[in-house]
Structure formats: C-alpha cells, structure tokens
Design a protein around this ligand. Structure first.
Ligand code: GUN
Length: 293
C-alpha cells in the first residue's frame, strides 16, 4: 500500500507558516501583502480557481482584489488595467487567470505584467530565470509538487524522473525544477514513441496530461513515487486525475490522490510567492526613497 501524499495537510502547514510571516510583514510595513487577480469571462474552472485563490489570500491575512471583467473585454481595456496595477505601489502580485477568451492575446498579456509582480512566473524574464536556476518566482503547480516531495522527504537527486506533458505552466518548469534537484529527467509528450518504456523506468513519475485513466499499472515501476497533476472528470462526472488510481496505487511507494493531492498545493504556492513579491516591492520602494536623498 502506498503512502497518500496529503496535499491538504501540506497546504495547511505552508499556510500556517505564511500566516505568521504575513503578521510580521504587516506589523513591520503597516499594510498586508497584496495580490490582484484578473478574471476575464466566466469559464467555470477559472471561476473556481479564482475564488479559491481569493479565499487562500484572506485565510493568511493578505489583501486581495479580484477584477472580474466581462468576456467581451478588449485587449486595450485589459492592458490598461494591467498597466494601472503595474504602477500601483500597494499591488505586490498580479495574476491573470488563464485561459483567456480566444479574442485576447495571451502572450501580449503575459508580457505586459511587470516581471517583479508576475507571481505566476509566466513572463519570459521569469521563465528564463527558472531555466538559469536563479529565480524569484516559479509556476505554482510544479512548485507545489516540489513542496510535496520535500515534505515527504523524497529527494529527487540521482533519481530517474519522468514528466508526462510539456506545457509552459506545468511540464517544462517541472522538468527544470527536478533537474535543479539533481534528478535525471525525461520529458514525454503526445509524440513520444514507446511512452510506457520511459515511464516504467521512473522512480518519480509526474503526469500532467489531462486524460482520466491515462497512466495505467503497466506503465509504473513497482515502488515508484507517482504524482498526478491531472484534473479531469470521469464518465460519472467525478473529479479524477490522469492515473488509474485503484490499479496503480498498490504498486507505488507514494502517490497523490485527486482530489486532495497536487490541487490544494497549486493554490497555496501562490502565497509564499506573493509574500516574496511584497518583500521585494517594499525593499525596492525603500531603495528608491534612499536614492532621492
Ligand atoms: N490556469 C491554469 N493554471 C493556471 C495558473 O497557475 N495560473 C494562471 N494565471 N492561470 C492558470
């Protein structure tokens, strides 16, 4: 029987730590760290994510503003709001929930957010920093996976790690973070030939595919750590991951359930990043004041 990696418990531990840090920050600077979240349209999954992000901020004492813009918002209107938030000294982090409606240019929007406020780490400057291993921000989901591994004492160093999925939000940064921890990393994707031959070698297998039942028992090495980033609905409409959990779980040493594994970590990892952004923002403001004298 595998150990279930409890994302809710690890999230609670991280949030407890951030709540204390937030208290100290607020006492020192006279205001709480501030995150602004922009939601365009009413994609149901995005609405849930944004609601949970706001709730997480409130739980630890951050100030958060959610800008709910109609689905027909123009590119100019969205960029204007981002520009205003970029300039607002009380806004430490800015996050535009993706996906955006098709008429909006996601790349241009990502580029518009000041890298210092880009808590999602989607701006090319932050992407490059993750590549170089000298980063302030990393995307939330892979950061959450690393936090889970650390919490359970699983050191990726020297391990064969296989990541299925190569998205900019999960697969690519996940591979880089595992590499940074000295793992041997293979990234598999929809064009990979002989997928199971790769995955069967994995000591740590991370699946970020988005298909229920995608990872079968014959794809998993006995004793492996299996991290399921998938968030899907099965035929009965129940939330499930990529992994055929009943078949795979008995084989693993550790496994993340869905729900309750990676999902809660994705929301929670926004919090330390917003706090870091706030600390840097205020340090820069102090420096700017010093320079005027
Ligand atoms: N959509 C799916 N995941 C994410 C995320 O981590 N950040 C943002 N902004 N949008 C998302």
């Amino acid at each position: 029987m595998a150990v279930l990696m409890d994302g809710k418990a690890v999230s609670a531990a991280v949030r407890g730590r951030i709540r204390l840090d937030c208290e100290a920050f607020t006492k020192k600077f006279g205001r709480a760290p501030g995150l602004s979240v922009i939601l365009v349209g009413n994609d149901p999954a995005s609405c849930v994510y944004v609601r949970n992000k706001k709730r997480a901020c409130e739980e630890v004492g951050f100030s958060s503003s959610v800008y709910e813009l109609p689905g027909n918002t123009t590119q100019e209107e969205l960029l204007l709001l981002i520009d205003r938030l970029n300039r607002d000294p009380a806004v430490d982090g800015i996050l535009v929930q993706l996906p955006l409606p098709a008429h909006l240019d996601e790349k241009a929007v990502t580029l518009a957010i000041r890298p210092e406020k880009d808590v999602d780490a989607f701006h090319p400057i932050n992407v490059g920093a993750v590549c170089a291993g000298e980063y302030t921000f990393v995307p939330c989901t892979p950061a959450g996976v690393m936090e889970l591994l650390a919490y359970y004492g699983i050191d990726p160093a020297g391990k064969d790690c296989v990541v299925i999925g190569r998205s900019n939000i999960v697969g690519k940064p996940q591979a880089l973070l595992l590499l940074e921890k000295n793992a041997t990393v293979t990234v598999c994707h929809s064009r990979t030939v002989g997928l199971a031959e790769h995955t069967r070698r994995a000591d740590i297998l991370v699946s970020a595919v988005g298909k229920a039942g995608f990872v079968r028992a014959d794809m998993v090495k006995p004793g492996a750590v299996v991290i399921d980033v998938g968030m899907n609905r099965n035929a009965e409409g129940k939330l499930c991951g990529d992994v055929d959990f009943p078949a795979v779980e008995p084989l693993c040493s550790y496994i993340t359930p869905v729900p309750g594994g990676v999902g809660p970590m994705t929301i929670t990892m926004l919090l330390p990043k917003t706090l870091t952004a706030a600390e840097k923002n205020l340090a820069n403001q102090e420096k700017a004041i010093d320079n005027t004298y």
